[in-house]
Design a protein around this ligand. Sequence first.
Ligand code: PLP
Length: 402
Amino acid sequence: MTSHLLPAYARANLAFERGDGAWLIATDGERYLDFASGVAVNALGHAHPHLVKALGEQAQKLWHVSNLFRIPEGERLAERLCAATFADLVFFANSGAEALECAIKTARKYHAVGGQAERFRIITFEGAFHGRTLATLAAGGQQKYLEGFGPPLEGFDQVPFADLEAVKRKLGPETAAILIEPIQGEGGVRIASPQILKELRALCDQHGLLLVLDEVQTGIGRTGELFAYQRAGIAPDIMAIAKAIGGGFPLGACLATGEAAKGMTPGTHGSTFGGNPLAMAAGNAVLDVVLAPGFLDRVRRTAILFKQRLAELKDRHPAVIAEVRGEGLLLGLRALTPSAELVDELRAEKLLTAASGENVVRLLPPLIIGQAEIAEAVAMIDRACTRIARAHDQPRKEGVVG
Ligand SMILES: *Cc1c(COP(=O)(O)O)cnc(C)c1O
């Protein structure tokens, strides 16, 4: 198979033709249960009728006008996001990394216009993932992603994840902000407790720092709250979101309080495509569904049921599953056998999942799943684990016999 795609991804040899709710139909006609959701993007599953209708109607009217003009759909989406969160202002971008670029610039500019331009450093956490642009790679600090791309952008200080004492030790006169994922997704479904988020908030208040949250993966209902920070009873100053907000249409956003965004005046930032009418229609349609009464209650109930069933699977397969992690429908199975093997065996069962750090397999089903999809997924995981346990047991048994 020759391909002219830049080989930056290690792709599975599998392609899809269409989707239907939590299911994807491959080009060979096989049906797959999609518990990867395009990496937490397809929160409402595939071909959701409300999203299809909203995007179709917008596509008939207007695709792009640029930010030289007002975009009423965007004003409406920004107003709704602010009404549902801590924020006063929203900047629309096209991806998670772009949302974070805006967040980082906003935090630095806040101090600069406050007369403290020397405060530009941001404390970030080991295991973080903030995107693949040069600034967000530097923020994430993963050596394997930075390697060979020249000197990383200056101004990020990394400490062990959710370690308050380490944060305090790193704080200096140049520190501008703390940037954290409430749950590290790529890092292995690692949770920052409500307590640590409260403590980071207090530390920021004490030292005049901005608290910046990366809710690109955790946002828009994934954890059972609209945003993960809400379970901690705190509010950030700045927050980057993306992934699920577009329901599959590329859309990112940087949310901020008026105070935190005080440096972001006309001309300080921009994006040609950001906030285009198609993306705004998709975002508004996603909010119509996710903010409807009862939707998040149902996500929470579904999540509890799924987590219970996963805990049973862990007990049934102690040689394969070490731990069930996560909140809401951002769940992870820490494997004792290689996680890549578990992902492959699950795909053989026609269940799609996503690998992450710490040998964890992420389960990121669409938020619309119900008991039937959970039952199917659990049966698939059960069979895959049985096969893996047997395969890993085999050599030992043969050894005993021989
Ligand atoms: C996916 C992700 C990003 C990057 O988003 P892109 O759209 O790929 O640029 C940033 N932060 C977190 C927490 C993510 O999960």
